[in-house]
Design a protein around this ligand. Sequence first.
Ligand code: UDP
Ligand code: MG
Length: 309
Amino acid sequence: MSLVSISVPCFNEEKTVPIFYNEILKVFEDKKDDLEFEIIFVDDGSKDDTFKIIKNLSKEDERVKYIAFSRNFGKEAAIYAGLKNSKGYYVVTMDADLQDPPSLLPEMIESIKSGYDCVATRRITRKGEPIIRSWFSKLFYKIINRLSDVQIVDGVRDYRIMTRVMTDSVLTLSEYNRFSKGIFAWVGFETKYLEFENIKRDEGESSWSFLKLLKYSIEGFVSFSTSLLSISTVLGILLSILSIILILIVIIGNLLYSNPVPGWASTVCLILFVGGVQLFCIGLLGLYLSKTYLETKKRPIYISKEEKL
Ligand code: UDP
Ligand code: MG
C-alpha cells in the first residue's frame, strides 16, 4: 500500500474546503485497495472559518491533518509547509478551490506509477480570466525562459504529483524568497505534463490582485535569473560608445567648422535620459540586494500556531 500525501494551501476557503474533501474521497474510493491518502490542509492565516472547518474534518477523519499559520505567510510558504510535513511516497500539491481538478488525480497517479518522477499539469486555455492578465502571464513566461537558466512551461500550475525523492530535493531548497514554479523546474527530474482547460473558481474570490501577481513575477525573475543585473553593464557600454561618438562630433564640429553646439534642450534631454537609466539600474541592484538581505536573516519560512500531523 503506498501513501499519497495531498498538501493543500488554504486562505479564506471556508466554502470550498468541504467540497474539496468530498471530491478527494470520491477519487480514492476506487483506489482503496492499493492506495491510502492523507490530506494536509495548511491554513494560511485565514480570516474566515476555514480553520474551524478543517479542524472538524480532522476530528471525523484521521487522514485529515493540518497546520495553522500564525498569520498569512503566502501560498509559497503554505506549499513548503505542506511538503515538509508530508509522509507519503507520492506527494501532491493542489489548490483548495477546485481549479486544480481532482478528477485529473487518477490519471496523474497512473502516469507517475509508470515511471515518471513527477506529473505536473498545465492550463492550455485561460477562459474566464481577464484578457490583460493572460497577456501579461504569457509575456512573463516568454521573458523568464529567455533570461533564466530554468525552463518554466507556459501555463504550468503548482498542481502536481511528485515522488518522495523529488519532494525531498525540493525541500533542500530552503530559501526564504520562494518561487515554487522555478524551484520545481530547477531540481530537474523527469516530468510529464498533463493538459487541462481552465476552470472558473467555484466559490469565493481569487486572492491574487494584479499587484500581487506583478510582485510574484518579479520574485520569479529575481530568484531565477541574474541577467537583469547585466542589463546595466550592457546599457552602460552602449551609452559610453554613443557618448564618445557624440563628443568626437562636437569637438570636430567646433574645431573644424567653429560651429558651437546650439541649444541646451538636447543637453537637458541627454542628462534626463542618462539619469533615468542610472536610477533604473540602481533600482535593479536594490531589488537583488533586498532579496539577499532577507535571505541572510535566515528567518523561518512560516510559523505555525497549531498543528496535527
Ligand atoms: N492561498 C494561500 N495563501 C494566500 C493566497 C492563496 O494559501 O495568501 C491559496 C488559496 O487558498 C488557494 C491557492 O492558494 O488554495 C490558490 O489561490 P487562488 O485561487 O486565490 O489563486 P489563483 O487560482 O487565482 O491562482
Ligand atoms: Mg484559484
